[in-house]
Design a protein around this ligand. Structure first.
Ligand code: 1PR
Length: 541
């Protein structure tokens, strides 16, 4: 029958839905895009991955004349799966976009997570599901976590109890999945939830097969529950001297071999390694194009191709950084940072990471007394793709001072005194891969980028990079205490204990490593097992 293995996708072009497409294809289905309201009416099964802001999404649905078609489709109990904003839009309205009205099919309003509780917002990462009843959709989830990324949430109430299929905990219970008849929707991202997510998608796509083969949820195995601390594998990528794109890794940012050859260290092929880390249980994979600041990123076709290929087989979030900024090419044609980022999103990135350009933006912001004019790459990308899509990569270096009075920067008293016995230090931000120090400190930068609309901080540390002696917990602590957005600790991991240490001593939400994973010195599972054994929640399946 025509359309038997076809999914109709409602993509209104406001963000990256490539990962949803890839996941549907992986489940063995083809995709038909909605081009008119009639396509909604004639769909066999409709997937609606909402992206962007609530108000903007409702506006686009209205403009294209989809609102009524969507309501009719859902009210006729036809096969539907909404994802993330695609679930929130089913509710009556949202605090986001000033109380804007939704489709009004499920009672309740969508509200912002309370930042006053000291929890990082957005809620990013792998969390447990509390299943309220048996369903085909979640029948294969068992005791596994799923991936969330959102700042707004719906709350379970007696009025919507007949819809709520599963909840999750983050400073309180929120709605993680809804279902009534053939209509279901998830706050989490099945397309980014690894094998668990692909199982959920298959159950939606073929409920009959799922009902026949579903496994009952496994009993809780006593592991720590709740939002898992993420373990991220990072691939520093650059062209080697032959022009091939390779994964490399430096010591304190020096990526060339010592000795006479001085070649760029080559630790493997980017797509292959990303696939390996996905299989081995990395919670996210990050690509940093470490010489991106030199070249025009849209001219970097190999990097875009790496992303395209990696996103076909990696069903956890992918971040890409390097060279995200506005650019004028050799012919005088101007590209905004938003256009550059858009190409990365289209190629399969879920988040972009901004390094050097964020430092320049913060310098201008501080010079203007903390005023925002909406022109920075951070503001532009955050406005269109959401804060959760904008990561700021900081490359700081430790600077020692004898007394806090010797600098205008935020200092901490350090138990590791400097070369001349200095008791205090601060962390200087650098640009161009650590090549140039600027008059901004890491804490100052983190606060400013949060205000400009960044959703997450990737906190490297040049002094500890590649050294294998552990994360700089003083640096991570200082930055994570200064902001409410999640902080990813990076640089220096040598053992599973180092991950445990950074999570015990600081509020870091995630920890990233490169060298130990590339050289197979420490398996990702060993890190996760160590975390769980010490009571720190980590995703092991
Ligand atoms: O400035 O926006 O073009 O972005 C450039 C990006 O490239 C930044 O995110 C910057 O951190 C990164 N980068 C630039 N030069 C280097 C280099 O190594 N020479 N790499 C570089 C950053 C640091 C980490 C590394 C961890 C973990 N690499 O990401 O993966 O330190 O390593 P470890 O576990 O082996 O210690 P822009």
């Amino acid at each position: 029958r025509a359309g038997e293995r076809e999914v109709t996708l409602l993509d209104y072009g406001a963000g990256n839905v490539r990962s949803v497409r890839n996941a549907i294809k992986r489940c063995g289905y083809t995709i038909k895009d909605v081009e008119s309201a009639a396509d909604i009416a004639s769909a066999e099964r409709l997937v609606f991955p909402g992206v962007g802001a609530f108000g903007q999404a409702m506006e686009i649905l209205k403009q294209r004349g989809y609102t009524q078609a969507l309501r009719d489709y859902i009210q006729a109990d036809r096969q539907f799966l909404g994802v993330c904003l695609g679930m929130q839009l089913l509710f009556e309205g949202s605090e986001e976009s000033g109380g804007c009205e939704g489709l009004g099919l499920i009672p309740g309003m969508v509200s912002h997570f309370d930042t006053g509780m000291g929890l990082p917002v957005p809620h990013i990462g792998w969390n447990d599901l509390i299943q309220k009843r048996h369903s085909t959709l979640l029948s294969r989830v068992g005791d596994r976590r799923v991936y969330f990324v959102h700042s707004y949430h719906a709350t379970p109430t007696p009025e919507n109890a007949d819809w709520v299929l599963a909840t999750s905990e983050y400073g309180g219970e929120f709605v993680a999945a809804v279902q009534k008849g053939n209509v279901s929707a998830t706050q989490f991202h099945p397309e980014k939830s690894g094998a668990t997510g692909l199982d959920i998608l298959s159950c939606f796509l073929d409920p009959e097969a799922a009902a026949a083969s579903g496994v009952p949820p496994a009993a809780a195995n006593g592991r720590p529950r709740g939002l898992a601390k993420r373990v991220i594998a990072c691939l520093d990528v650059r062209a080697n001297d032959n022009g091939d794109l390779v994964v490399t890794k430096g010591d304190q940012y020096d990526v060339r071999e010592t000795g006479s050859t001085g070649e760029v260290r080559n630790l493997g092929k980017p797509v292959e390694l990303a696939g390996r880390y996905f299989e081995e249980g990395a919670d996210e994979v990050t690509f940093l194009n470490i010489t991106g600041f030199r070249d025009f990123p849209l001219g970097d076709l190999p990097m875009l191709e790496v992303l395209r290929q990696a996103s076909e087989g990696v069903f956890v979030p992918l971040t890409v950084g390097g060279g995200i900024r506005e650019f004028t090419d050799g012919t005088g044609k101007h590209y905004s940072a938003l256009q550059v980022a858009a190409e990365y999103f289209r190629s399969g990135a879920d988040k972009v990471s901004i390094g050097s350009d964020a430092v320049y933006a913060v310098e201008a912001y501080l010079a203007a007394g903390g005023k925002k004019d909406g022109s920075t790459a951070i503001e532009q990308i955050s406005r269109v793709y959401g804060a959760q899509a904008v990561v700021i990569s900081i490359d700081p270096k430790r600077v020692y001072v004898a007394s806090p009075d010797n600098t205008t920067h935020h200092t901490v008293k350090t138990p590791k005194p400097g070369p001349n016995g200095e008791q205090y230090c601060w962390w200087q931000c650098t640009v161009m891969g650590g090549r140039e120090g600027r008059d901004v400190d890491a804490v100052q930068l983190a606060k400013a980028v949060e205000d400009l609309g960044a959703g997450e901080i990737l906190l490297n540390c040049i002094d500890n990079d590649g050294v294998g002696q552990g994360f700089d917990c003083e640096l991570v602590g200082a930055v994570a205490d200064a902001v409410t957005i999640p902080v990813i600790a990076s640089s220096g991991a040598g053992t599973p204990q180092h991950f445990t240490e950074v999570f015990q001593k600081t509020k870091a939400a995630a920890a990233l490593a490169a060298g130990i994973f590339h050289r197979r010195e420490v398996p990702i599972t060993a890190v996760k097992e160590h975390l769980n054994a010490t009571g720190i929640p980590a995703r092991t399946a």
